[in-house]
Design a protein around this ligand. Sequence first.
Ligand code: ZN
Length: 176
Amino acid sequence: MIDDTKYAYYCPKCHLGSFKTMGEHFCSRCGKPLLDLKMRREDYEALAENEKNLKIREAEKQAREVRKETIRKMIVTTTPAVEGHIVKEYLGPVFGEVSEGISVFREFNMGFTGMTGGRSASFEECVINARNDALNEMKQRALDLGANAVIGVKVDYESFGQYLLVNASGTAVVLE
Ligand SMILES: [Zn+2]
């Protein structure tokens, strides 16, 4: 017998709920994967409005955590190949750009005379943070394309007037 029990799903982008049979579903409007509220239709419909909202918020929070963990585990490498893995699919280039105001460092530097350990450490910290942000943005975009790794990663630094521009780029791939 076919199980046609309907479950509650929700699109976090369109803020629309729908009822579907159990499985993976995508929003008919925006194409994003739907959140599984893990509830049968009749159980969901029996909830009060605020309880429904709470269920949605819980599912959104859980999805964010899963995404964060997936991004943390994503393979990111400067090499064009990953040892022991076969590239199953090339999904195209991905980028992450972050600009950091250099004036921030200048203001900080005014309290110091000459080069001190504190000064360079602070500048370095800002560069490291900007680089991490750029890499993170690149990984988010790779994940949105359905990648589980980014290969051939390169990070470029440029300064435009008062700004430091950090650009991370790579090729989003699906590794087997
Ligand atoms: Zn949608």
